[in-house]
Design a protein around this ligand. Sequence first.
Ligand code: FES
Length: 206
Amino acid sequence: MSGAGERAAGARGVDSEREFAPCTRRALLEGLAVAGCLVPLHAFAQAVDPAAKSRPQIGDRLAFATGARAGQPLEASAVVLAAEPLSAWPMDATTGLLRDGSRLNQLRVLRLDPAALSPRTAPNAAEGVVAYATMCSHAGCDVTGWSAATRGLVCPCHGSEFSAEDAATVIRGPATQPLAMLPLRIENGELRVARGFTRKVGFTPA
Ligand code: FES
């Protein structure tokens, strides 16, 4: 996945909330005719639909977050062994709503050799496919880098690296805590959320 694409995905999550939320609240109170207040439709929809901001729910599908298939369901077969992680969002399986209203929900999804997964990783993987929160446990950047040599998820901000094969434990700091893992299962070839995040997403004190 390109760096530009990943940055775009991150910007969609955080910046839309930070930049437009006050306008959106005013718009809700005063109608949409608020002078100087730009209210993009997707930001408005996120503001009024709590489901887009709620954490992943059991049974959610996963969907591509970037690229030509952004917003479409992510099949297990699309996650290729040893390829770079894909960026994804949870998606309500009933309504098709993307839970892209919060950066806390953005995921890195990749397929690893099932035999290489640690005992604490394997129960949360689906045929070798694993999903981790994108938000770094150090200071909240998007962990968009990848080291094929170490199967490490690398944060571009301060260089922390997390083991994809071992529940995102820290290979290299300054982070001291793992990334949150999202347990998966496969249903009719689709990736589904099996349980909630294994830990709090984002910064976590040691
Ligand atoms: Fe990721 Fe600092 S925010 S290493």
